[in-house]
Design a protein around this ligand. Structure first.
Ligand SMILES: [Mg+2]
Length: 202
């Protein structure tokens, strides 16, 4: 018997923290929360959502960062979130990039969004904890077309945020229409997701 869980699958750069457009967040001092993204995660947790981070980090395949650096940034993110009553439950990053073959990371091809390997791994990991993800009540939130497409392919609901790359045009051009477009993560959680559960304003 497994317990049903509702989950927010969150992109990291451009959704939770400021994206370094054209670069990678590999140092702690480059990691800056987008205003109220921590508050949004705290609200979602209070409403019973599990939080999963799913991030493409091709800087690994490109040799621009070590796994230790990426793990340190993710741990730093967790420490900032915890200060404000938020936290994530699981965190995945896809190290693969098609143009940068790598003996260790090529095995993670299916993890690179818009492929769905990270979501699939999270579903398995939740199952080991006795939790079954209720996809009708679970959302993929990100700033890029690949996030929306990954959400769709995974059978999750999808919200595009206008922060980061805010790929509204790319979604339209590639015929990848999210269920909602929100200003930022806080708007997505407070105004599009939580009203469904509270029956009113969050
Ligand atoms: Mg992003």
């Amino acid at each position: 018997m497994s317990i049903k869980a509702k989950v927010l699958f969150l992109d990291r750069d451009g959704t939770i923290n400021e994206d370094l457009i054209g670069g990678y967040v590999t140092e702690l001092d480059q990691f800056r929360l987008i205003p109220k993204s921590d508050e949004a995660i705290a609200l979602a947790r209070k409403a019973g959502f599990k939080i999963v981070i799913v991030s493409n980090q091709a800087c690994l395949a490109k040799g621009m960062a070590s796994e230790e650096k990426i793990n340190a940034v993710n741990a730093y993110m967790q420490s900032l979130l915890i200060k404000n009553g938020a936290s994530y439950d699981l965190c995945y990053f896809a190290p693969y990039h098609p143009k940068y073959p790598h003996p260790k990371y090529d095995a993670y091809k299916s993890w690179r969004k818009p492929e769905t390997g990270m979501v699939a791994q999270a579903l398995q990991d939740f199952q080991k904890m006795g939790l079954e993800v209720d996809k009708n009540d679970s959302y993929f939130i990100g700033d890029k077309q690949v996030d929306v497409l990954c959400g769709k392919r995974s059978g999750l609901r999808q919200i595009l945020v206008r922060t980061g790359h805010g790929e509204v045009d790319a979604c339209r051009e590639k015929d990848t229409h999210p269920e909602f477009i929100a200003d930022d993560l806080y708007d997505a959680v407070a105004n599009y997701i939580l009203p469904k559960y509270s029956g009113g304003n969050a």
